[in-house]
Write a protein that binds this ligand. Sequence first.
Ligand code: HAM
Length: 403
Amino acid sequence: MINPLRGMKDLTFEESQRFNFIIKTASTIAKRYGYGYIETPILEETALFKRSVGDSSDIVSKEMYQFEDKGGNDVCMRPEGTAGVVRSFVHAKLDRQPVKQKFYYYGPMFRYERPQKGRLREFHQFGCESFGEASVYEDFTLITMIGQIFEALGIGFDLQINSLGCPSCMPPYKKNLVGFLTEIKEALCEDCNRRIDTNPIRVLDCKNKTCQSLLTNSPKLIDNLCDECDMDFTKLTTLLDNAGIHYKIDTNLVRGLDYYNKTAFEFVSNDIGSQSAIAGGGRYDKLVEFLDGKPTPAVGFAIGIERIMELVQMPEETREGIYLGAMAEDAVEKLFAIAATKRKETKVTVEYNTKGFKSHMKGADKVNARYAVLIGEDELANGTVWVKDLESKEEKTITVEAF
Ligand code: HAM
């Protein structure tokens, strides 16, 4: 038997209902906020992710499904959605249009991570990217929107926020941080030692307990923001306070992708184990430029679908459609004409085997049909059908034409 690859999963029928419900709910809400659907290829040039997510990030340096295709191109399966959407935005020259553009997408992402509960090698994201709006009002609006999506799905969350500054306040802070980290270097883990040189900010979110305790007194970017970043962050917290949205400022929240500046946020759930981040995002005002577009401010987020699938409260299933059955051999073929007409408006299940009454009623129940419609000897002779509304329990015999 051939099994799926490690860290990859089939979507069974029951799971696909949850999956589709999440996508439908999130898409409906995104559209209300002015987002339009976009789809980009799963396979992209490796350079795209090196340049955007960052060469030194774990995603690019350790986790990419990267290979040479038959034409000798260095390609990889997308590890996330933002880079592809930005590439597409620049490719379509949308960066030269004065209007603001907003896109939502969903689909599979690939990261060669160590699989565990909530961490897959193929997983799905629902994401939104907003281009052309520099105001922190847009960051607030996105956070509100994610909250609305989770509320509609019946999912509770904690919100963590931070500011990652800008090219004016981040470099001096980084220098300051490297100074601090160099002094405690010996006591830090191997990964952190490597990151001091390659990506010092990532040391802040090291999961190692010893490192975390050593970082308690590290300099915080939030205390070293430039005036503009500081004003934006204060504005964001004020907007969240006024809207009654609870949040925690996490000064160690740096995100695993290098393209962020200013606002960074994560939504976490306490109900799903250690892989608790259910959505993440932030502002990335320099990325369009990095990918050869005109300078365009941008902000976005992505929700991890698999991580929220278990948490979703599905609406109660209601009976739907028609179950058609025959109790006399000659009646079976009469069912097809009825099915053809009724399928123009609703779901129809046709049972091809002639069965007894009880057996048909069980069948109708199994497919959760609203109506059981049966043809026996009498109905066949009279050109009628027997109909039962399985919700109201009402029964009647009517002509085929009247049904
Ligand atoms: P991210 O935080 O890397 O951000 O991923 C977003 C979400 O995807 C996570 O919060 C998590 O729920 C889910 N996720 C990530 N890795 C895995 C995995 N291995 N298995 C299962 N679920 C996973 C991004 O990808 C950014 N592109 C988000 C963004 C959009 N920022 C701005 N725009």
